[in-house]
Write a protein that binds this ligand. Structure first.
Ligand SMILES: [Zn+2]
Length: 320
């Protein structure tokens, strides 16, 4: 699936392929909800398709496309999280290595998607190195992650990086409107500019819970509510939504520290409340809070639990 904002990245990849410069390993990164995996799937379909169209998109009708649609293409492999595991283990990567040693069944490329790549254990990543060094002919390994820094440098250095940029704001807002998202501007701001994340957030009762969450956040920063009590209040709510909201409030507070009426402000309706809270926290501490929230957001895909959320994010926010 291609979105308007991933099309430029797509065009570059297709050009690279047509110029015969497709590397044997790509590291595709970008914000959660920017459409990395969707782009990667489209790329694999295109690489395996026998008759891609002018844009490079798969035809959807050839033998290869039909096998892809059925999920039974013998040359398309993928490794991801299984069951409720939070890591990709060494056995999964070893098995992939064994599969990639065999030659292509349909005389074309062989592809392997690893997602989320940063969830590989250290041993798994080490095991992948061997495959990256000797990938076999016409093999393309596609690592997909929103957090490339968590991959060992030895793995990163063997891949060509493709970073999907943040969606252009007007284009993304228009697209969200077409998808029926209420308050697209706010949803996009909360999702840090990633449209698919904006949809996910708006479907998670974001707008209904936001005001109650903001009251709790205010009480926490003022010292009127304990971090543990606050976490208990939010027990039934989605931790990820909470982190996105915290991120947007803290980012706005940082903006208010430097400008009276910041132009790129997300929570217009809370400006006064945020101004008051910003006065209670020093700039340096605000940056520290924001760092911890961003770190927690990066972790939440694999390893964030409640205790960590309380200890790392909420407790530091309360006054001592
Ligand atoms: Zn096709």
């Amino acid at each position: 699936m291609l979105y308007p904002w991933t099309k430029p990245g797509w065009d570059q990849l297709i050009k690279r392929h047509r110029d015969g410069r497709m590397p044997h390993a790509l590291l595709i990164s970008g914000l959660p909800g920017i459409g990395k995996l969707e782009l990667t799937h489209s790329l694999v379909e295109s690489l395996l398709c026998q008759l891609p169209d002018q844009d490079g998109q798969a035809c959807g009708q050839c033998k290869s496309c039909l096998l892809m649609a059925a999920g039974t293409h013998p040359d398309a492999f993928s490794v991801s999280l299984v069951d409720d595991k939070k890591q990709i283990g060494i056995n999964q990567i070893r098995e992939l290595g064994t599969q990639l040693v065999l030659s292509s069944q349909l005389q074309g490329y062989r592809t392997a998607i690893i997602h989320p790549a940063a969830a590989m254990t250290h041993a798994a990543a080490n095991s992948l190195l061997k495959t990256l060094e000797e990938p076999g002919p016409d093999t393309i390994i596609l690592l997909v992650t929103s957090d490339p820094a968590r991959l060992p440098a030895t793995v990163r250095s063997r891949c060509q990086m493709v970073k999907l940029p943040v969606a252009e704001q007007n284009q993304a807002q228009q697209w969200l409107q077409e998808q029926g998202v209420e308050q697209p501007e706010l949803a996009l701001a909360l999702a840090q500019g990633a449209p698919l994340k904006a949809i996910e957030l708006s479907e998670s009762n974001l707008f209904e819970t936001r005001s109650a969450l903001f009251d709790d956040f205010t009480d926490l920063v003022r010292g009127d509510l304990s971090p543990v009590k606050l976490a208990a209040n939010w027990q039934k709510k989605n931790d990820q939504t909470l982190l996105y909201l915290l991120d947007s409030w803290l980012s706005d507070m940082v903006r208010l520290k430097f400008e009276q009426n910041p132009s790129n402000f997300s929570n217009m309706d809370y400006q006064q409340g945020l101004q008051g809270l910003a006065g209670l926290i020093q700039s340096r501490s605000l940056f520290g809070h924001l760092d911890r929230v961003r770190q927690a957001l990066a972790w939440q895909e694999f390893s964030l639990n409640r205790d960590l959320l309380i200890e790392d994010v909420l407790i530091p926010l309360a006054p001592v």
